[in-house]
Design a protein around this ligand. Structure first.
Ligand code: NAP
Length: 337
């Protein structure tokens, strides 16, 4: 089957040009990550130059597929640096919309089996420090700068000094747009609070990035409201960190993978393509971040992003949802590899 070219979109009401499929570099900017089947997809050595080569290969393939949004973070090892290096080599920075994130510091020292992979701090001081670091690496303005994993408990959305600093960064043109990513069973509540946040009649956030997949889509109603209010909507973890892919050999997921495999085969799709098609079939979604670790996976994801499912198929897939608490508890037990 030939590779599909992905659809172009505008990110919510921002003027940022994106594509329905984006490329996230979380899995390839550092040697260790939370995925299943990783040892088959990445070179054993995983030295910085090995991973730069893999990032460049993925970015090149992404460009060819029409992908225009790339997602990185301060904590994705050297992902920002790898992306900047590739963009410099291509010499056409304007063509790709870049989203980065602040809040976590990478602490694994290039080890897969580190005790602590990332250290989180959603403070004003961390924002100022990491904005300088991101800007020094990616250049200014950064298209989209997101709070990394805001939660109700983090207090970030109640921190006036932090909000003020973020707004100043946008007003000064250091970042074009402000976003937040949400995580955990209370993601919809966090997004609701973020949507209400205004200063001097101006909305603080322009975009949200949230987990949405066949197993956990409890946030869809809130994403629709956010999109209706003009927010850009980016989806992450569309494959439930590898659980919705052929790489999933977990005994407890066997039944789900088999049933999804049957539904996929009836539509001449693979499980990973069906998982993407499910999310792509919801109009409120502007970007789905592919977490591909190989070009083959990325090409497969592009084919999934070109498929729109009918209402019966969406209803059938919606039944696979786990209780959010159950999903997030399983998510927290997935190992780094
Ligand atoms: N809080 C946040 O802001 C946040 C959190 C998570 C993710 N994100 C963003 O979203 C992006 C995607 O999320 P994610 O990578 O964490 O989760 P994901 O997209 O649910 O899972 C991606 C993993 O699934 C596996 N996979 C995908 N297609 C496959 C196929 N055809 N065959 C076999 N395995 C396949 C790969 O793992 P293997 O390499 O092990 O095969 C891949 O690394 C990230 O890169 C990042 O940019 C943001």
């Amino acid at each position: 089957m030939a590779s599909a070219t992905v659809e172009l979109r505008q990110l919510g009401e921002t003027s940022l040009q994106v594509s329905l499929l984006g490329l996230g570099l979380a899995a390839v900017g550092r040697p260790g990550y939370i995925n299943l089947g990783r040892e088959d997809d990445l070179p054993g050595a995983r030295q910085p130059e090995d991973l730069y080569a893999r990032c460049a290969e993925l970015l090149e393939a992404a460009r060819g597929l029409g992908i225009r949004y790339v997602d990185v973070a301060r904590s994705y090892g050297r992902a920002e640096e790898f992306l900047a290096r590739w963009l410099d080599r291509r010499g056409d920075r304007g063509e790709i919309t870049v989203g980065s994130k602040w809040g976590y510091r990478y602490t694994a020292d290039w080890q897969v089996e580190a005790e602590v992979h990332e250290q989180k701090e959603l403070s004003r001081a961390r924002f100022a420090e990491q904005l300088d670091e991101s800007a020094a690496t990616l250049g200014e303005p950064i298209d989209l700068y997101q709070i990394h994993s805001a939660t109700m408990e983090s207090g970030a959305l109640e921190d006036d000094a932090l909000i003020e600093s973020m707004l100043q960064a946008r007003a000064a043109g250091r970042v074009r747009r402000l976003g937040l990513t949400v995580t955990g069973p209370r993601s919809a509540e966090t997004l609701n609070r973020a949507m209400d946040l205004e200063r001097n009649g101006e909305r603080v956030f322009d975009a949200v990035q949230a987990t949405c997949n066949v197993l956990e889509h409890s946030i869809l109603g809130q994403l629709r409201r956010a999109r209706g209010a003009g927010f850009g909507v980016i989806v992450k973890e569309v494959h439930a960190n590898g659980r919705l892919t052929p790489a999933n050999q977990r005994r407890e997921d066997r039944g789900v993978v088999k049933r999804l495999g049957n539904l996929a085969a009836e539509r001449e799709l693979s499980v990973d393509q069906l998982a993407i098609a499910f999310v792509a079939s919801h109009d409120c979604v502007d970007v789905i971040n592919s977490g591909a670790a190989t070009v083959e996976q990325l090409e497969s994801h592009a084919r999934g992003a070109a498929v729109r499912l009918d209402a019966d198929s969406i209803a059938a897939l919606s039944c696979f949802a786990e209780l959010p608490e159950v999903y997030w508890s399983k998510r927290s037990q997935l190992p780094w590899s």
